[in-house]
Design a protein around this ligand. Sequence first.
Ligand code: DC
Length: 231
Amino acid sequence: MKKIIVAIDGHSSCGKSTMAKSLARSVGYVYVDTGAMYRAVTLFAMRRGLFAADGSVDAAALEALMPEVKVDFVLDPESGLPLVRLGGEIVEREIRSLEVSSHVSPVAALPFVRTAMTHAQQAMGREKGLVMDGRDIGTVVFPNAELKIFVTASAEVRAQRRFDELQAKGMPADYADILRNVQERDYIDSHREVAPLRQADDALLLDNSHLTRDEQQAWLLERFKEKTAEA
Ligand code: DC
């Protein structure tokens, strides 16, 4: 069967990565979480002290340091899932903190960061057989992806999910802070100049506010089967 590219875009914390991972596992495709790549660049900038107290990032300093920013993935032999690395160090846990979440949007808005990440992502898709999730996968990274999904859910539902996730991992979480962070990120992600979050004209819309994981999984697998049957 011909391999395709599946692009899953949408708002933050709406279960894109859960959907994408699960589809990749059931059809034997590679899964790539592009948000993890922007988070890893943000962690790099935090470690180098490139953020001012007001949350802005020293773009010129980060640009000069970009040759040192090595972001890639390594397969976890246990789960079979890719783990993001920064300079060879696995940083999966560090990049999920609220601190990284609240610093990532200005970094993801920098054109030189986007160019570097977009090129790396396109290289991963050369062989197809890929499920990639992010904000601009169907619009910028793979405008010719065979299957494009745009996922959304209400901000409150998404904040609750993120809160539950952090609590389950024993990480500090405050619902009001998380909701504010979700709303702020929606705004910045949709209003930035480069590659803003928007639904591609040919993407299928999925609002999963009231769907169970199994229901959305079944829906996605059906769409995948339709596309691969056509391809
Ligand atoms: O999906 P996430 O919450 O891990 O994404 C982290 C941040 O990275 C979020 O603010 C949006 C940004 N991002 C992006 O601009 N483009 C992508 N393809 C993926 C994520």
